[in-house]
Design a protein around this ligand. Sequence first.
Ligand SMILES: Cc1ncc(COP(=O)(O)O)c(C=O)c1O
Length: 378
Amino acid sequence: MQKLSARLKDLKASPVRAMLEASIRPDVISFAGGLPSEDSFFKFDAASAFSSAMQYGPSEGERELRELIANELKVRNLDCDASQILILSGSQQGIDLVAKMVIDRGTTIAVESPTYLAALQVFRFFGAQFEELPENINDIAWSKSNHPPLAYVIPTFQNPTGKCWSKDERAAFAKTCVDNDVILFEDDPYRDLAYDECERTPVAAFMKNGSWVYQGSFSKILSPGLRIGYIAASKDLFPHLLLLKQAADLHTNRLSQYLVMNYLKSPLRGEHIKNLIENYKQKRDNFALLMKKNLGNMASWDAPEGGLFFWVKLPENTNMQNIFEKAKERNVLFTPGGHFFANSESAYPSMRLNFSHASMESADRGLTIIGELLRENQ
Ligand SMILES: Cc1ncc(COP(=O)(O)O)c(C=O)c1O
């Protein structure tokens, strides 16, 4: 037997990625992943990018792309310089780098309950334990001598719940982190997908002299296949993240970086994002109607103000595993809610449904099947 690292025993397959192959089969209706709709993809003119993208590049990322992103962040009130921006191979890489920076075996970090399952997967791999944040920020009981080193949060259109924090909550959370020397790790991949008016100023913008990492992604507005995300970090943390990035993959794919630059400078960008939001807003509204028709009073949910998911709460007696298996037999996929909880005792019967990918007709068929299975469960 080979001797492999002890860490491997904490590495579990992501349930969503395990379903990805099945979810792209044309006969399958998938509410499982966070796949953007293919008809939303921007049409690139890629030829100009090829010649300059062939050589090794800087670990930080392309200078011009970092400047473009720093300018975008200024508009969001997050005042940082291009030298604080690190281009990532997808924002999933940011989770890996931050975990490597902070977590030793047994380190306790704070997370929302529920939270993004693929972040939990990474944190667990490095041996993290979890403190679940209370719903009400005022109930957080940290002190200078007793606090986690890091809090990972998704304040805008949270995955999986779709929740968006108010301005007061953002300011209060930032203050709590600064007062107690907790590193804020804010993950913000859905912010541009806003269908209703709501507060979206990054919590990191309220951090003053604290330590923070803010990350964004081009996956949900442009294309997940390009694998481009970025980190902005306070000056004390940036050098560590840069060295970790170097050790991980030297630098992010340059061709993808050029395509994203091309997009950010394109005069068609405004129109593209406007159409995307209109299209998804319509999909959200249609999905809400179909949920009402098919799930009726067997489940409860709030229509999300942005993002890509409905978070559905189900009655206590729901046999989630049974419903998941039976739905899968009928070619309908969803993500059972239990995967999103750091500590299994906090989990309750629930599911996350993606509304951006399936057509309205497929969504109706899929939700009809889920409705039938819930009725059988009653
Ligand atoms: C909260 C959150 N963070 C990070 C990611 C990773 O995104 P990407 O690596 O495609 O930028 C996702 C993807 O679904 C997500 O939902």
